[in-house]
Design a protein around this ligand. Structure first.
Ligand code: RM4
Ligand code: MN
Ligand code: MN
Length: 403
């Protein structure tokens, strides 16, 4: 590290020691943090109004992996990439797997796509038409096979299913239809594969969504079996919902399977993680710090960038996640317990604020360097010439999904 940042690091470690925090232990936890990035975050995407294409975006899943490997090279904690089928469909998944390995990467969660075909106007696994449900189930089964071929053990499901008008369909019947289809897919999964169910309260359906919240997802998981768990996407709640509370509840039920990190101001905005509400992100990590030691949780980013440079945006999301985690690791648990038990409301609250207000950037930079990555990954990416190189090679690229 440069002299100035070494100094900042030394001062931080010293001040943490005064607070009784062992920086070495915090660094160890930070070195084992893992964040999966989404293949669709590297391609062109936009809103329903306009997609602003960016030169140099990937033309195929191989190039998406190459871009993701840049994020891993510079942050040291992002060795896997989630894929979306059919956006990332290839003839030979073994080849995709090997290419990922050759980059020091692996393919992570496999995400089926059940929202872009004509038949799905009234839903996929909840559709009133049995033939259409069969097609949807067939795609889920295909994705179980894809996961096996790419060496992944996560099937990550999000459904656009829902209704637009009161009376359109029966809530309960739709729920039973979903359960039937998901049971079949669950039954086809190998023993080490997990199914993650992601809820979202509205959009694209505007009256009701079949998996609308953590409770609907949780009860579905409980019916399916132990290896079905809930996935929390930070942009999928109504305004004001206490997401850290949901995280604590799902952990307590042993059913928190994973995250789709992003941030939002209004709806499912898919903005850079921690850009709008970094305090919420910190509070979520506070809930996770203890529990994650005994639970498998898959931490993934789900972002679609409209105007920002994609690889830089992904790096910034990762460093924001690293900082939120670092701050959560600084919470003085003993002081917190003591304050809680003695009814010291503001003492407990201030214990969190002390951790949150700590500038952990020098510590995170040091951890990244120890991992062979970069103290300042965004600047290092800008200086690397990678973007210029791919702009030359790839030209305009193609859309990520519906972009
Ligand atoms: C949804 C949800 C899913 C993502 C799709 C593209 O809103 O967040 O995770 O795969 O968008
Ligand atoms: Mn998501
Ligand atoms: Mn979303």
């Amino acid at each position: 590290m440069e002299r100035t940042s070494t100094r900042a690091y030394d001062i931080l470690v010293e001040s943490l020691a005064v607070r009784g925090v062992d920086a070495g232990a915090v660094e160890e936890r930070l070195r084992s943090q893992r964040i999966e990035t989404p293949s669709w975050g590297y391609g062109n995407s936009g809103t329903r109004f306009k997609v602003f294409p960016q030169p140099g975006v990937p033309r195929d899943p191989f190039e998406k992996l190459a871009d993701a490997s840049q994020v891993h090279r510079l942050t040291g904690i992002c060795p896997s990439v989630a894929v979306h089928i059919p956006w990332d469909r290839v003839d030979d998944y073994g080849e995709l797997r090997e290419y990922a390995n050759s980059l020091g990467m692996k393919v992570g969660a496999v995400n089926p796509n059940l929202f872009q075909e004509e038949e799905y106007r009234l839903g996929s696994v909840c559709n009133p038409d049995e033939g259409i449900r069969r097609k949807a189930t067939g795609h889920l089964l295909e994705c179980v096979e894809v996961a096996k071929e790419v060496g992944s053990n996560i099937l990550s499901l999000w459904f656009a299913d829902g209704t637009n008008y009161p009376g359109q369909d029966s809530f309960a019947e739709r729920r039973h239809r979903m359960l039937d289809c998901l049971s079949e897919a669950y039954g086809a999964m190998p023993r080490d594969m997990r199914m993650l169910l992601e809820y979202k309260f509205y959009e694209p359906a505007f009256y009701h969504t079949d998996l609308s919240d953590w409770g609907t997802a949780l009860t579905m998981c409980q019916k399916l079996g132990e290896r079905a768990e809930v996935l929390v996407d930070l942009g999928h709640h109504a305004q004001g919902v206490n997401v850290e509370h949901i995280v604590a509840l799902l952990l307590d039920e042993g059913r928190l399977g994973g995250f789709h990190f992003n941030n939002r101001k209004y709806g499912d905005d898919d903005l850079i993680v921690g850009s709008i509400n970094p305090f919420e992100l910190f509070l979520i990590y506070v809930e996770l710090v203890e529990a994650e030691e005994s639970t498998r949780i898959d931490y993934m980013i789900d972002q679609a960038h409209n105007i920002e440079p994609k690889i830089e945006a992904m790096i910034l999301s990762v460093t924001n996640l690293q900082e939120a985690y670092a701050k959560a690791l600084l919470v003085d648990q003993a002081a917190l317990d003591e304050a809680r038990h003695s009814g010291d409301v503001l003492g407990a609250h201030r214990t969190l604020l002390d951790a949150y207000a700590t500038d952990v950037r020098p510590l995170c930079a040091k951890v990244r360097e120890d991992l062979g990555a970069s103290a300042d990954p965004v600047s290092a990416f800008r200086e690397s010439g990678y973007l210029e190189k791919v702009v030359n090679e790839r030209g305009e690229g193609v859309g990520a999904g519906w972009g």
